[in-house]
Design a protein around this ligand. Structure first.
Ligand SMILES: [Zn+2]
Length: 462
């Protein structure tokens, strides 16, 4: 039984798939706008997505995961005003918008790989689905939800009774004109562009013909058109970062309701932000941290994954280099412990029924709205009490994704073993001086001996 916090109902609910008989979960996550690198704050959302997927899979669901790459239509304001992010980047980098999209899509794929985030079963690009988006807008038009102004075709949000339900606002409060000019002719402040016309003053790189004129789709239409095509609506779970709630996801819900008379997804899950001690991480603030910055500092990107697992996905996580370094230390300690457990190759101090209980306990944490901080603490407790087997650790890592299976056992060279035996002999003879001399010799060679009730234990490191 998995319980997930549903933003739509504002409570934890027991997850039940739409297709009850097939044990299949339809899962759509809003992907990146590929106009620049994803910073580690953006990537926290994708770690959360990955975790959710792994928990579902651990619970034996077949997850049909679709993620989009927004390569057109996302303007500098989420609310459809301002410049096109792709075209702006193209101008700046003196490349075509298509080259920009390709380059940053590849960079994103590289980053998620470094974080052990499983790729979605299907990547879908907005520019590959212009036809589908036009078809959706036509349905909306036929049903009377659209109107035309100078700038494009807009969705009339006043026609949706409970518009803004996801954001929990009766009437969405949007600060008009705070940063960008509100488009002239819009009937309601919350109305959004379905199709924007290409400007007359210059030629856009990305534009298409449509029944309404040459232009490009608005950002909020791609996900609903593609989710409908690949998953069918309603599907099971839709995810994104919390900043998508008030505009992007609210507008997706409105279109699904208007076009198909259905809700888009049963569960809406949102990941909280990563923050810095002195505020938000933002390109405009010049305080962006990328995965490459971690690698340059010789920090394993999985340390960042570990840091994220230490916090619940619905809590804000404050980033500092110190916190990342302690996550790195914790992860290295975990690796060391695993190498030890693997090289000992002995059964843990727990019987079968206890191990069954351990698995159950782990499951109860992750199935409680992905409570990874508790799951991690539980694993550490089992390790410290010498109660977990190598196999069970690997099984739990199917959820954590920390590469525990890649840790090699500690190979103790024959020479070191011989020295340890010699030392043991001297100890039995109570020749402490000689025994101590050999201990120092072993340490010089990068190993250490610990005396336990079962005899001497050799470990790597001093
Ligand atoms: Zn989306």
């Amino acid at each position: 039984m998995i319980k997930l916090y549903n933003t739509l109902t504002r409570k934890k609910q027991i997850f039940k798939p739409v297709k009850k008989t097939r044990n299949e979960v339809g899962f759509y996550s809003c992907g990146p706008t590929v106009y620049w690198y994803a910073h580690i704050g953006n990537l926290r959302t994708y770690i959360f997505n990955d975790l959710l997927k792994r928990v579902l899979e651990y619970n034996r669901y077949k997850v049909k995961h679709v993620m989009n790459l927004t390569d057109v239509g996302h303007l500098t304001s989420d609310a459809d005003e301002g410049e096109d992010k792709m075209e702006k980047a193209a101008q700046k980098e003196k490349k075509t918008a298509w080259q920009i999209a390709e380059f940053y899509a590849q960079a994103f794929k590289k980053d998620i790989k470094a974080l052990n985030i499983k790729e979605p079963g299907q990547w879908v690009k907005a520019t590959d689905h212009i036809k589908e988006q036009i078809a959706l807008i036509r349905i909306l038009e036929k049903k009377g939800y659209t109107y035309r102004i100078k700038d494009g075709i807009y969705f009339d949000t006043s026609k949706i009774k409970d518009y803004g339900k996801l954001a929990g606002l009766k009437k969405r409060k949007l600060k008009a004109g705070a940063r960008v000019k509100i488009t002239e002719g819009k009937k309601n402040i919350t109305d959004f562009a379905l199709w924007k016309f290409s400007p007359k003053e210059f030629k856009r790189q990305m534009e298409w013909d449509s029944p309404w004129g040459i232009g490009f789709p608005g950002w909020h239409t791609e996900c609903i058109a593609m989710a409908e095509k690949y998953l069918g609506i309603p599907f099971d779970i839709h995810t994104g970062a919390i900043d998508l709630i008030p505009i992007h996801h609210t507008n997706e819900i409105a279109q699904a309701q208007a076009a198909f008379g259905k809700k888009m997804a049963n569960f809406w899950l949102h990941g909280e932000h990563l923050i810095l001690e002195h505020g938000k991480m933002a390109k405009s603030e010049g305080n962006i941290i990328l995965i490459d910055d971690l690698i340059k500092k010789q920090i394993n990107p999985l340390s960042y994954r570990y840091l994220c697992l230490q916090a619940h996905y619905r809590s804000k996580l404050t980033f500092s280099w110190e916190s990342l370094k302690s996550a790195q230390n914790a992860l290295n300690n975990l690796y060391e412990k695993i190498a030890e457990i693997k090289s000992k190759n002995k059964m843990p101090k727990s019987d079968r029924s206890e191990r069954f209980w351990h698995r159950d306990k782990f499951l109860s944490y992750i199935n409680d709205d992905l409570n990874t901080p508790k799951a991690l603490a539980f694993i550490w407790k089992l390790i410290k009490e010498d109660k977990i087997s190598y196999e069970l650790l690997l099984e739990f890592d199917r959820v954590l994704g920390l590469d525990l299976d890649k840790i090699k056992e500690i190979k103790i060279p024959a020479g070191i073993k011989e020295l340890a035996e010699k030392r043991e002999k001297y100890r039995k003879e109570k020749n402490w001086e000689k025994a101590d001399q050999i201990r120092k010799e072993i340490e010089k060679l990068g190993f250490k001996v610990e005396d336990t009730s079962q005899g001497a234990d050799i470990k790597k490191g001093c």
